[in-house]
Design a protein around this ligand. Structure first.
Ligand code: C5J
Length: 221
């Protein structure tokens, strides 16, 4: 069934059977002290407010049978999929692969690289491990969506202007309609969050649509 989801710059028609909720990188490494985000000098507490609205969407999407996908940024333990240009960048207190309080920073299989308990994937919900910022780069996300006939993505998670934005741009170029619920995203830089959302919906929705959890929940009901 197609419902109209209220959003900017205009309402979007959504067929929930052809829609996926994509939750980007809600990982301990970004949200908890001692992980990758904090190693870069960020105040990780700024991301916490996205958890509750994402949880509300996740629970309703599960209840309604909407396809749910989780992503995690991270690398192989031998760092063979981590470009030197990424590992050596900047002056973090702990580089990718170094050992911190939650295990090795941004390494697959380590406690810090996993998803926070509040939003932990259920059995049967695909988890995409991605080496880049975008969820389509070097992953099998696109075929997974094509095989399911998915046309629309509700994209949320962290951080708004980095992995959420990169994924929305990649998805838009692959022909997906992307709706971003503003309160279900977070950034270490509130001004980047605001600007990132404006960039998505500007020019008639050049990358997609911006809504919020309340309006997505209403459309789901
Ligand atoms: C970052 C992400 N910010 N998940 N990753 O490095 O947005």
């Amino acid at each position: 069934m197609v419902t109209l989801l209220a959003a900017e710059p205009e309402a979007v028609p959504v067929n929930w059977e052809r829609t996926a909720l994509v939750i980007i990188d809600m990982q301990r490494d970004f949200l908890e002290p001692g992980g990758f985000g904090e190693s870069l000098g960020n105040d990780v507490s700024l991301l916490a407010k996205a958890v509750k609205p994402i949880k509300a969407l996740l629970e309703r999407a599960r209840h309604k049978g909407v396809f749910v996908i989780h992503t995690r940024e991270g690398h192989r333990p031998d760092l063979s999929d981590a470009p030197r240009a990424k590992v050596e960048r900047g002056a973090p207190s702990l580089r990718i692969g170094a050992t911190g309080p939650m295990g090795r920073i941004l390494i697959r299989g380590e406690p810090g690289q996993d998803i926070i308990p509040e939003l932990y994937p259920k059995d049967g919900e695909p988890v995409i491990d991605k080496p880049g910022k975008g969820a389509f780069f070097a992953t099998d996300l696109h075929p997974m969506l094509v095989y399911r006939g998915i046309e629309t993505l509700i994209v949320c998670g962290v951080t708004t202007e980095v992995c959420v934005h990169t994924t929305v741009r990649e998805a838009n170029d692959r022909g997906y309609r992307c709706v971003v619920p503003s309160d279900c995203c977070g950034s270490y830089f509130p001004e980047f969050h605001e600007m990132g959302l404006k960039m998505i919906k500007a020019q008639g929705g050049i990358f997609g649509w911006v809504s919020d959890s309340k309006r997505v929940l209403e459309a789901l009901d």
